[in-house]
Design a protein around this ligand. Sequence first.
Ligand code: PEP
Ligand code: MN
Length: 345
Amino acid sequence: MLLVLDRDLDAKGQAHLEERLRWMGLGVHRLLREGRLCLYLMALESSPLELKGFEELRGVDEVVGCEKPFRLASRDLHPQTRIVEVPHVRIGQDLAIMAGPCAVESREQIMESAAIVKRCGGNILRGGAFKPRTSPYSFQGMGEEGLRYMREAADTYGLAVISEVMDSETIPMACEYVDIIQVGARNMQNFSLLKALGRAPKAVMVKRGPSATYKELLMAAEYVLSGGNPNVILCERGIRTFETATRNTFDLTAIPYLKETSSLPVIADPSHGTGVRRFVPPMARASVAAGADGIMVEVHPDPDQAVSDKDQTIGPEAFAQLMDEIRAIAKVVRTDHPTESFRIS
Ligand code: PEP
Ligand code: MN
């Protein structure tokens, strides 16, 4: 339930109201909705809040109910798309282009990748330093050293950094280097990780689990939001189906569904979504046309030599061409977003 506060309620009145609600045993979150300060109230599922009575409280203008289990992520409570602001890009407003190798392999490789990303018009450098590999014998990532190289490369070229964290223990260290923490598909329902990220001082991108429904993805995001972190991004990265021709089945419909249902920015990852290099550009173009707030693409200076995910990694020329195409599509479909907000270097 959401309490829309009186416009003229002063700070003292707001604090008093919050204190009173907490005293009633409710969780209280502040949020802005259409420019109005609101208090979002949380009660346990087993004792749903009744709408009655709250209008009577001093300082409350209106009471808005929300039936959805993913209340904070839902568009009902937050009609406008949330803006997740990180250095160099306002995700949700600017088109976010997250690009870079699957894994950080060396300082030279990530420096070269960052140069390509920037040159082509990307704004966020991706790269895994902690890799969730199916086999324990596969390359597991460079760890903290990899994050250090990513930060250096991103700062050199004026990019933000996104990288995956697989466990709660690594969060404080990762926060020293990254701007966005990625929750990988395999960890989408790692609830202790999600809860810890609710307290993290960085934005979080939650990738859809390989067999997760839209609702399960939204509930995963809700864990982070309800922990107190408002900077959450959703990512469609394909799901496992009976089809074997592609690595995953890229679910394009997830984009308009999530955009309609949730106020969180939605990113599409056609690299993991298809697993096939030549299908990445068409699915990236389709994602932007379908309303995605950005894309995540695996790009490597020499894709055939990539240590992981080379079959789905594109090279500098393909990425440059894709960016030209995406700019043209964004100009047509993102008419409600000022085009100057799609920053191009
Ligand atoms: C990745 O982005 O490198 C990755 C491992 O993705 P996913 O968790 O979607 O498989
Ligand atoms: Mn990968």
